[in-house]
Design a protein. Structure first.
Length: 263
């Protein structure tokens, strides 16, 4: 068996599969053989499969089919054909490289167009709003937020205080928030008091100048809009698009630079 297996690693490197390698080495060891003899050496292969392997080697010009009387026999072509096989593969690779180089600009353009299209998810109800906020945790990026603080749905506001804020803190995700509120509001005072512990830096924008009633969050390549005002049915939208996120981030930074931080 060693006689017909010592070139397996070489033939495998040259692209022959296990069966092709085995048949090649059998013909190398025993010379020209009819199909019945080959099957005796390779009883694990059905005759139809054996013919498929032989024909594959023949197509690679590694095996020659001969006729001896009424019998069809097979023998190896000159081993130099292995070198020719490699040269043919090299030529094919060069042609493939030239082809991909020709098409790559168009492929990249189509890829960019398809990946620049915004994707949007609409999330409804209390559970939908929770899913929207949990997405900021899974993204793991710092958050920029515009927030209308007052008149929130109490069950959602309670969940944000008790569960979401501690989760964000454990994940070490910081937030900068521009809040539409009045500093004298009790809810605003409580929010300010909790901010340092909840890894949040805030700036207050007077309601008259910034009458926000929802929260807008920018994180990574995403922008979310959460409406959980007590007067409306809770609904949220998450938009994923690099350019929308960059634009909203720029608007946030512009607004941030024109407001005073709350100490």
């Amino acid at each position: 068996m060693e006689k017909i297996s010592k070139y397996h690693a070489l033939l495998n490197q040259l692209g022959l599969n296990k069966n092709e390698s085995a048949i090649y080495q059998t013909l190398l060891a025993y010379g020209q053989l009819p199909i019945i003899e080959l099957q005796r050496y390779h009883s694990n292969l059905k005759r139809t499969n054996l013919y498929a392997v032989i024909h594959s080697l023949r197509d690679k010009q590694l095996v020659i089919q001969t006729q001896k009387g009424t019998k069809t026999e097979f023998r190896l072509n000159d081993p130099g054909q292995l070198q020719t096989l490699v040269l043919r593969r090299q030529k094919e690779i060069e042609e493939q490289k030239a082809l991909i180089n020709a098409y790559l600009p168009n492929l990249n353009q189509d890829y960019q167009l398809s990946n620049e299209k915004p994707t949007a998810r609409i999330l409804e109800g209390v559970e939908g709003i929770k899913e929207l906020y949990l997405d900021t945790i899974s993204e793991g990026r710092p958050i920029l937020s515009f927030l209308g603080l007052t008149e929130a749905n109490e069950s959602i506001a309670r969940w944000l205080r008790r569960y979401y804020a501690p989760m964000r803190k454990r994940a070490k995700i910081s937030a900068r928030v521009i809040v539409s509120a009045e500093k004298s509001d009790p809810e605003t005072k409580s929010y300010i008091k909790r901010s340092k512990d909840e890894l949040r830096e805030i700036k207050i924008a007077p309601k008259k100048l910034f009458p926000a009633v929802i929260e807008v969050q920018v994180y990574g390549n995403k922008v979310s809009f959460a409406n959980y005002n007590r007067e409306n049915a809770p609904v949220g939208i998450i938009i994923e698009n690099k350019y929308i996120a960059e634009t909203m981030s720029g608007l946030f930074e512009l607004a941030w630079s024109n407001n005073q931080a709350v100490s």
